[in-house]
Design a protein around this ligand. Sequence first.
Ligand SMILES: O=C(O)c1cc(=O)[nH]c(=O)n1[C@@H]1O[C@H](COP(=O)(O)O)[C@@H](O)[C@H]1O
Length: 274
Amino acid sequence: MDRKALVNQIRSKKSFLCIGLDTDLNKIPKHLLELNDPVFEFNKRIIDATKEFCVSYKINTAFYESRGVKGWESLVKTWKYLPKDCFSIADAKRGDIGNTSEMYASAFFNEASSQMSFDSITVAPYMGEDSVKPFLKFDGKWVILLALTSNEGSKDFQNLKVGSDMLFEKVVCKANEWASDEQLMFVVGATRGEAFLNIRKQAPTNFLLVPGVGAQGGSLEDVCKYGMIRDCGLLVNSSRAIIYASSGLDFAEAAAAEAQKVQKQMENVLQAIF
Ligand SMILES: O=C(O)c1cc(=O)[nH]c(=O)n1[C@@H]1O[C@H](COP(=O)(O)O)[C@@H](O)[C@H]1O
């Protein structure tokens, strides 16, 4: 999906919500466990109930890989079920020497080889240019590079001063030399509200994937205040707060209500630009 199509979705759905399918067998409603593929059944119902309120789904592959072959089957089935008008994110946080990154890129972008072709993948920048470039060779696909993450440990490396800048600022600045804002996004945690001003100095036009609202307590208001640009430029992710809104029979309805609540807040903010 190209930037224009993504922005059109945001404009027409009045939402820049990305729902995270961090689907955990231990957290899904017990009545689903009797079904053949409980993770897929859960995802399917969550997607059906929430797709009108969001523009993107992020599949955190750890939750699937942890279950071996069965988990990978749930992953492929879920990718196939994602609505085609929603921007799909393989949250795999990959990156390795060039020939290995090529294989990772093929795993998530090359449908002929892996049966999946996500719109984007999250990539760790630590190994530098040749570890990121193989993902950028796929036309129309996006790299979402970790910049300033939402967790406590982000300060261990990302906030280190390198010359006059922080390391995460260097990452953003350098990576913008490798690809355009039609193919490169950055992850910036919602728990880092004040840092959006800095990020926007280095990445004035890139879309940002912003996890950390909901369960991690980040402020949607601050994210929008400091991070929103002319064509929105934001995808705000929420996983647990939406998909586990209820653990009962009403789990899909509860997820929809939660997603709608966030979408309404987004609609208000979007009025300023669309
Ligand atoms: O890249 C990510 O998606 C990510 C980066 C980050 O800095 N923080 C972060 O929480 N995430 C992911 O975003 C999701 C957040 O989930 P919730 O806290 O349940 O909304 C998880 O899938 C995390 O792996």
